[in-house]
Design a protein around this ligand. Structure first.
Ligand SMILES: NC(=O)c1ccc[n+]([C@@H]2O[C@H](COP(=O)([O-])OP(=O)(O)OC[C@H]3O[C@@H](n4cnc5c(N)ncnc54)[C@H](O)[C@@H]3O)[C@@H](O)[C@H]2O)c1
Length: 314
């Protein structure tokens, strides 16, 4: 039976205009129009996370110590995009020692020039390394180097990105502002989300391998995240950590499979993991996308998401 004009109009009108639309209730994890800075981009974890980022439409500014290793990553990412029919996105490469504050500042300042002026508001900071040395034998220079990279490097990259955002305020009047208690106008960057890779080692002491400097550096990263989150909430910049347990990256898989010692180590580790296995890098994509997404995690800041197969429960 044909509908009358009045019936047509009624069926096109929402029954209750106060009912939210699907986009109001379901978060989006798309990152189109954004540039995400990925540090440690030539590493095992970053490789997988970068694949997820381009799949969500984000342009990438990849940072690591050497350009040749980044060029390999870019080639592989382009192949990944092509094979999966993902529209190509701009990927820029930056050689940079994360423990050198001046270098970090220079690179972060330069990134917009390679991305049509877009200032990065998303960070996935994975640069870091571990050393297994007995505490009583730890050489001071080695310990300082590790802390400079893992902990101070985390501060430098966040500082430089925040400075770029705040500098943009003076150039662009369109940036929204909110008035704080003292009546001062604060620029707001509700899309800004910095995700730092910590480690369960910032919460527990790994065994049997000795790694005191690494453990203290990651404990520092977790507390740095809370400090920055508290301080920069007034700008709308969210800062969070993901703390992985043991990850089976290409590198760790090789170490484990090529020596008896490696196999024994893996057995010892997995015995202590309630889920009974090491993580795959792809198992960190969900937490990363959640933390980067404005609509999913707008009320999450200063959080340390532990993704460790339950290791810290025991
Ligand atoms: N693999 C694990 O089991 C595990 C567990 C918990 C946490 N994490 C953390 O996850 C992150 C990534 O780990 P991964 O397994 O991919 O390691 P990885 O060694 O494969 O990658 C780390 C990357 O950081 C880069 N890097 C090191 N020093 C740097 C510096 N001074 N400046 C710039 N870049 C530098 C390296 O070149 C490398 O490409 C690290 O922060 C690590 O501590 C790893």
């Amino acid at each position: 039976m044909q509908k009358t004009m009045a019936q047509e109009v009624r069926s096109a009108t929402p029954l209750n205009p106060t009912i939210p639309s699907i986009t109001d209730v379901l978060p989006s994890f798309r990152l189109d129009g954004h540039v995400t800075i990925v540090t440690g981009a030539a590493g095992g974890l970053a490789h997988t996370l970068s694949q997820a980022l381009v799949s969500q439409g984000s342009e990438l500014a990849l940072m690591d110590l050497s350009l040749p290793s980044l060029e390999n990553v870019k080639t592989e990412l382009e192949l990944f995009q092509k094979q999966n029919n993902i529209p190509p996105v701009k990927i820029s490469l930056w050689a940079c020692d994360i423990s050198n504050a001046d270098e970090v500042e220079m690179v972060v300042k330069s990134i917009p020039s390679s991305h049509k002026g877009i200032v990065p508001q998303k960070l996935v900071h994975t640069a870091g390394f571990c050393q297994n040395i007995n505490a009583h034998e730890y050489d001071a220079e080695k310990a300082q180097k590790l802390v400079n990279v893992n902990l101070l490097g985390s501060l430098y990259i966040c500082q430089s990105m925040a400075r770029q955002l705040l500098a943009r305020r003076t150039r662009r009047k369109s940036i929204s502002e909110h008035i704080d208690e003292s009546g001062e106008a604060m620029p707001q960057f509700p899309e800004a989300s910095f995700v730092l890779i910590g480690s369960m080692s910032g919460l527990i002491v790994n065994t049997p391998q000795p790694q005191c400097a690494y453990n203290m550096s990651k404990a520092g990263v977790i507390h740095l995240v809370k400090s920055l989150a508290a301080e920069w909430a007034k700008f709308g910049i969210r800062v969070n950590a993901i703390s992985p347990g043991y990850i089976a990256t290409a590198l760790t898989k090789k170490v484990i499979s090529q020596s008896q010692e490696g196999a024994a180590l893996q057995k010892e580790w997995t015995n202590r993991i309630p889920l009974g296995r090491m993580a795959e890098p792809k198992e960190f994509i969900g937490s990363m996308l959640y933390l980067l997404s404005r609509s999913a995690s707008s009320y999450t800041t200063g959080e340390n998401m532990v993704v460790d197969g339950g290791y810290v429960c025991w």
